[in-house]
Design a protein around this ligand. Structure first.
Ligand SMILES: NC(=O)c1ccc[n+]([C@@H]2O[C@H](COP(=O)([O-])OP(=O)(O)OC[C@H]3O[C@@H](n4cnc5c(N)ncnc54)[C@H](O)[C@@H]3O)[C@@H](O)[C@H]2O)c1
Length: 384
């Protein structure tokens, strides 16, 4: 199979979908890799690094797309990339189609076999290709929050670690999932006084065991939220209700009662945000101040640290991408329920139920008994 790695064109996106080590793994499996020139430069990988790994460098995005059987990307195709998608092309990337009917329709019209990183799901319901970015974003949230608290950012001038004889900053983390647990760990690591709130008692017990005495775990309810939010220097929003908008845990009234110059880093902004006062921001202008509280609401925080994020992402995606390249999507899906759930569109039809729901069509599974022989033949790919 020929695997194409185009340069990401979304604003501020410097990650790349494959490291040179990943390219070497594909060549070891007897696939060929073509990489658009400079695709890895934002993550610290040169064209020479990819050449050394056995990849071929091409100079135009169109070549990386048109010569590939499978295109690996980080972000969903952008409108200027739509015309590069052709029938039968396999695309493996973050898609978030349930929120993007325009892209769904393009993938259907162009009969692309599209797999979304975010819908690959294991039997325990976990999302292994979303988790690494939540981990990165959670850890970054404390760096971003520390910056927001500096007086030049409009913050209250608090150093999270405190100083000898001066008490440390107080941090409340709302949601103790992957992002929240990582934020709490980093905050405790710099010496802040940390409380993590969640509605799941089993998760709180696990966090208490894992994070130890340096982090307080508290059951999340209206009273505990109000108390922690209004006493903290920094509040991290990291809740998720799968498939739904983030719950509004911080009302505008509560924001107005927070400490003057306190900060909210609202990671959940990609699902609408936990604070009534939040609105999406970009890396160019990441913050705004409302009711004397600094809000940081960047929707794609991992793009800020592309080197680390690229490694974290490709560590997670590579084994799935290799499996799909080695077996073809239908056979790989027949052996792996995670890959089956990853398939969003196939041959002009929507496969994933949530995506089908979003455009009000019926999902269609290529693994249905009747459809299988014809689809299996259609899935045959070049192997060189
Ligand atoms: N902004 C970014 O760049 C960025 C990057 C990665 C992830 N995220 C976002 O971070 C959020 C968290 O992601 P995750 O992977 O940690 O999710 P997760 O599913 O691992 O954890 C979410 C946690 O929220 C808890 N929760 C749900 N409702 C709650 C409530 N009312 N009060 C307290 N806790 C509640 C759940 O019990 C769960 O433990 C998501 O919205 C995700 O999209 C943002």
């Amino acid at each position: 199979m020929i695997v194409g790695v185009p340069r990401e064109i979304k604003v501020d996106e410097r990650r790349v979908s494959l490291t040179p080590a990943g390219a070497a793994a594909f060549t070891t499996h007897r696939h060929r890799v073509i990489v658009e020139t400079d695709a890895g430069s934002g993550s610290g990988f040169s064209d020479a690094d990819y050449r050394e790994a056995g990849a071929r460098i091409v100079h135009k995005a169109a070549e990386a797309w048109s010569r590939a059987d499978m295109v690996l990307k980080v972000k969903e195709p952008q409108p200027p990339e739509y015309h590069l998608m052709r029938p039968g092309l396999m695309l493996f990337t973050y898609l978030h189609l349930a929120a993007d009917p325009r892209l769904t329709r393009e993938l259907l019209r162009r009969r692309v076999t599209a797999l979304g990183y975010e819908t690959i799901q294991l039997e325990d319901q976990s999302l292994p290709l979303l988790a690494p970015m939540s981990e990165v974003a959670g850890r970054l949230a404390i760096q971003a929050g520390a910056w927001c608290l500096q007086s030049r950012s409009g913050g209250r001038g608090v150093l999270l670690s405190g100083a000898s004889g001066v008490r440390p900053g107080r941090v409340a983390v709302l949601g103790g999932g992957i992002a929240g647990a990582n934020a709490a760990r980093v905050a405790a690591g710099v010496g802040a006084q940390v409380t993590i709130l969640d509605i799941n008692p089993t998760r709180l017990r696990y966090l208490s065991d894992m994070l130890g005495a340096g982090v307080n775990t508290v059951m999340s309810n209206r009273a505990t939220l109000e108390e922690e939010i209004t006493k903290s220097d920094l509040v991290i929003g990291a809740v998720l209700v799968p498939g739904a908008r983030a719950p509004r845990l911080i009302s505008a009234k509560t924001v107005s009662r927070m400490l003057p110059g306190a900060a909210i880093v609202d990671l959940s902004i990609d699902q609408g945000g936990v604070a009534e006062t939040s609105r999406p921001t970009t890396h160019t202008t990441p913050t705004f101040v409302r009711s004397n509280v600094v809000h940081y609401c960047v929707t794609n925080m991992p793009a800020m640290v592309p080197h680390t994020s690229t490694y974290a992402l490709t560590n997670a995606t590579l084994s799935y991408a290799l499996e799909i390249a080695d077996r073809g999507v239908l056979e790989a899906g027949a052996h792996s329920s995670a890959i089956r759930l990853g398939l969003n569109t196939y041959d002009g039809k929507v496969v994933h139920p949530a995506v089908a729901d979003s455009i009000r069509v019926k999902p269609h599974s290529p693994w249905d008994h009747a459809a299988r022989p014809a689809l299996r033949a259609a899935a045959t790919v070049r192997s060189e």
